[in-house]
Design a protein. Structure first.
Length: 378
């Protein structure tokens, strides 16, 4: 849970950081152009300063009595002295250009001088790499600052909810543990009372027993949801036929008040490699829903057969057709709110089927009734 929480915060932080960069993309574009222009202007200024330095040297030589002219050379610049016909008088070594660099040039007209040079052309190699590197470093720094800020803010904001969730989980675990014992005692005593009762068809007693069984079904679903992410459900070889017959016996008393007849077609000795809790949740939720939503005085057909190397478990009942078949397996989704329940049973079934690669098929019409069918691959 802690790992999932960290991953969630990380994903949200990255998402909002990305949103931030999308919003500042246009300002960043204009800022980059401004920086490039500023860099170019700065290099132009440096080039002008070097050209002025060369000019001063030429004029100083012209005003001096020296016969030797010392050209102010530099590895950063390329300089050329030209006649009025653009013929080269003197040129420093060429600057080697690569794909990432460009040549920035400036040509100035000279006054009369002893070198008989009319023009001075100076060039400098420039590269915008440092500008882009500066923008990149700045973006990374801003991005890291935004990401860390969002991460810490989200982490701090969900911490109270995280603690509340932990307290809630602990409360449910303790509550479920405390409920199981009294529920078991109630059921045991009711069954003992039923065995001693002379009038076996006592409605009050039967209602109490059925209510307790329904409570156990809800209890087992909630217990499974609580333990689902923390408990490892190991698989074992289970006699599906025997287990299904046991569960049908348990549900028979729930069907009697509605005068529902349970018709069984269960092939013997069908074994399956699956976790017992997973299989019980599929059986119990399917049978419970079939009884709960069936019309009075109808049949529920329960089939367990082997077909083409698959074990097929299906339950058919007659009730109002399910209209929203796509969402019926979603959590808290209920077709009929009047019937009660939490809308978690079929969602549990769907998740268990996904874990165990079990195919679910649902058909529901007014004429043919509702069929829940599960294909188990051994």
């Amino acid at each position: 849970m802690i790992e999932k929480s960290k991953n969630f915060i990380l994903k949200i932080s990255l998402f909002y950081t990305a949103i931030f960069f999308i919003f500042i993309a246009i300002p960043t574009y204009f800022y980059t152009n401004l920086e490039l222009e500023s860099y170019k202007n700065n290099q132009n200024r440096v080039l002008i300063e070097y050209a002025q330095k060369v000019q001063r040297t030429i004029y100083d030589f012209s005003n001096s009595k020296s016969d030797t002219f010392i050209f102010p050379k530099s590895f950063k610049y390329e300089a050329t002295l030209l006649t009025d016909k653009k013929q080269i008088i003197y040129k420093t070594r060429n600057l080697n250009l690569d794909e990432k660099s460009k040549l920035l040039s400036l040509e100035v007209e000279l006054s009369s001088n002893r070198l008989k040079a009319k023009y001075l052309k100076v060039s400098k190699k420039i590269s915008y790499e440092e500008v882009y590197l500066k923008i990149l470093i700045l973006s990374i720094c801003i991005g890291l600052f935004i990401f860390i800020s969002i991460y810490l803010i989200i982490k701090a904001s969900i911490e109270p909810y995280k603690k509340a969730n932990e307290y809630l989980d602990a409360f449910f675990n303790d509550a479920m543990h405390e409920l199981k014992t009294p529920l078991g005692i109630i059921q045991l005593n009711l069954e003992m009372l039923e065995s001693k009762e002379e009038n076996k068809s006592s409605k009050e007693l039967q209602r109490s027993i059925n209510a307790t069984k329904n409570l156990f079904l809800v209890y087992e679903d909630i217990e499974y949801l609580i333990k689902e992410k923390t408990v490892k459900y190991n698989k074992e070889q289970i006699d599906f036929s025997y287990l299904l017959k046991q569960r049908v016996d348990q549900f028979e008393s729930l069907a009697n008040p509605k005068n529902i007849n349970l018709k069984l077609n269960i092939e013997d000795n069908l074994t399956l490699l699956i976790n017992r809790t997973h299989l019980l949740r599929i059986i119990d939720n399917t049978l419970s829903n079939a009884i709960k939503y069936s019309f009075n005085d109808t049949d529920i057909t329960i089939n367990l057969l082997k077909e083409n190397e698959q074990i097929v478990f299906s339950v058919r009942n007659f009730a109002a057709p399910i209209k929203n078949k796509k969402n019926i397996f979603d959590r808290y989704q209920k077709e009929n709110h009047i019937k009660g329940g939490f809308g978690i049973g079929l969602n549990i079934v769907k998740n268990i089927c996904k874990i165990n690669n079990i195919d679910i098929f649902l058909e529901s019409t007014k004429e043919d009734g509702t069929i829940f069918k599960y294909n188990f691959f051994n």
